[in-house]
Design a protein around this ligand. Structure first.
Ligand code: 5GP
Length: 204
């Protein structure tokens, strides 16, 4: 009996290292895949269309919203971001785990449409680390950095909507804990009940 994959929703402030943790996790888990989001923001140096994001114009993004093409979408620091719906659902049905690396407004939408998803919030060891990491990345202007820090503080308030917290002390430790979360979630009784019922609880 084929089991559905997990939808893993990973949020956390800009610069916290969500991307690095996900990349490391995916490197060693080929039963898991990262959903490629669409966005209206401009590509950063080295980002490739269709790999890091689908980079769309505002007009094209709005068209896809109207066509119900997104599982969720949100505005983050003046740009649209959204998760293409069909691709994600197909992967989950095929048994693959799928990671959505998304901000909190989108995560809340997923929670209301797909409550069986697993919600994980990544935190830095301390608040001051965040500014340091954002500046160290050197990919954003000062205005963007300040706006992302403000947004981070607003996002912390939603942490109670998540199931797990992942402190990014080291990438290795954080990735190991992500692995533990995913393994435990796969063992939840409710995720295995159909199989158990068929195999063990059927009197015939
Ligand atoms: P960045 O511009 O740094 O790539 O992403 C900015 C924020 O948008 C990050 O918090 C990232 O997780 C979030 N994000 C990326 N893709 C999506 C998406 O499809 N939906 C939502 N709601 N947020 C996204």
């Amino acid at each position: 009996m084929k089991k559905k994959g997990l939808l893993l929703v990973i949020s956390g402030p800009s610069g916290v290292g969500k991307g690095t943790i996900c990349k490391e996790y995916l490197r060693t888990h080929d039963d898991c895949t990262l959903s490629v989001s669409a966005t209206t923001r401009s590509p950063r140096e080295g980002e490739i269309d269709g790999v890091n994001y689908f980079f769309l114009s505002h007009e094209e993004f709005r068209k896809r919203i109207d066509a119900d093409g997104f599982l969720e979408h949100a505005v983050f620091c003046e740009n649209y971001y959204g998760t293409p719906k069909d691709a994600v659902m197909e992967m989950i049905e095929s048994g693959k785990d799928v990671i959505l690396e998304i901000e909190v407004q989108g995560a809340l939408q997923v929670r209301s449409h797909y409550p069986e998803a697993v919600f994980i919030f990544v935190l830095p060891p301390a608040l001051c680390d965040l500014e340091e990491r954002l500046r160290g990345r050197g990919t954003e202007t000062e205005d963007v950095i300040l706006s992302r820090l403000e947004r981070a503080k607003a996002e912390f308030k939603y942490i109670e909507k998540y199931n797990y917290v992942l402190i990014n002390d080291t990438v290795e430790e954080a990735t190991n804990r992500l692995d533990a979360i995913v393994k435990a979630e796969h063992c939840l009784l409710c995720r295995n009940y159909k199989y158990i019922e068929k195999e063990f609880l059927n009197d015939k």
